[in-house]
Design a protein around this ligand. Structure first.
Ligand SMILES: CC(C)(COP(=O)(O)OP(=O)(O)OC[C@H]1O[C@@H](n2cnc3c(N)ncnc32)[C@H](O)[C@@H]1OP(=O)(O)O)[C@@H](O)C(=O)NCCC(=O)NCCS
Length: 196
């Protein structure tokens, strides 16, 4: 009889569906959130986005999560005092310890019912265990074409971001001030360098 092969015990985490962690936060925009022009501070919206990203990612991870990076924050429309802002979040992609949460921000004029899509942004979060060490997150169960499309877009975004980051680092390291000063002539700046 041959020796019994002892395989290491591999714990396979069960995939969780996107729908299980989908989260929405809705908040009325009050005067304390506004700038002097009566429009809501971008930082207020960023803070709400961070909260919904936390809740959504922690639900999927079943663990504490922290924000690592934020992509695609472009406010297309201003938000005014009195509007109702809804932040709709879902997990778009998971890596080993990281996950990407897509957040759609909409604001509604509660009197007229008019709705605006103000922005869609992507928060990358990592999961941590009780000792503060990175911990694995469950795989993502994609149940609809929309889930699959968002996941593919997240992979493309991640790859493009990595390529951009490498290229920018190269450009930055090669940047020669004297050779490139002429580029500033086309800009709306006044070059008045102090003699060194
Ligand atoms: C996030 C952090 C743990 C990454 O540390 P690291 O030494 O680069 O660790 P790793 O290389 O193992 O990366 C861990 C994961 O984060 C991802 N990650 C790291 N930097 C990233 C970035 N800038 N953008 C997107 N994902 C990133 C990695 O791809 C990896 O994902 P994976 O496990 O799914 O493959 C570390 O930078 C950190 O602790 N940052 C502070 C986060 C925090 O406290 N935020 C709260 C706001 S103050």
């Amino acid at each position: 009889m041959g020796a019994k092969l002892l395989l290491p015990k591999i714990e396979v985490m069960q995939a969780k569906p996107v729908s299980a962690s989908r989260t929405t936060i809705t908040e009325l925009m009050i005067p304390a959130y506004a700038n002097f022009g009566g429009k809501i501070h971008g930082g207020i919206l960023l803070s709400l986005m961070d909260k919904v990203a936390y809740a959504c990612a922690a639900k999927h991870a079943g663990a504490y999560v922290v924000t690592v990076s934020v992509d695609g924050v472009n406010f297309r429309e201003p938000v005014s005092v009195g509007e109702l802002v809804s932040l709709l979040a879902s997990v778009n992609y998971v890596g080993r310890t990281s996950l990407v949460v897509g957040i759609r921000v909409e604001s509604e004029n509660v009197i007229t019912g008019e709705k605006k899509h103000t922005n869609t942004s992507y928060f990358t979060m990592v999961a941590k265990d009780a000792e503060g060490k990175l911990t694995e997150v469950p795989p993502l169960l994609l149940e609809s074409e929309e889930d699959a499309r968002r996941c593919l877009e997240a992979i493309k975004r991640k790859n493009l971001k990595a390529a951009f980051s490498d290229e920018f680092d190269n450009e930055k390291n090669r940047l020669d001030l004297t050779e490139n000063l002429h580029l500033l002539k086309k800009e709306r700046v006044v070059l008045q360098l102090a003699q060194q």
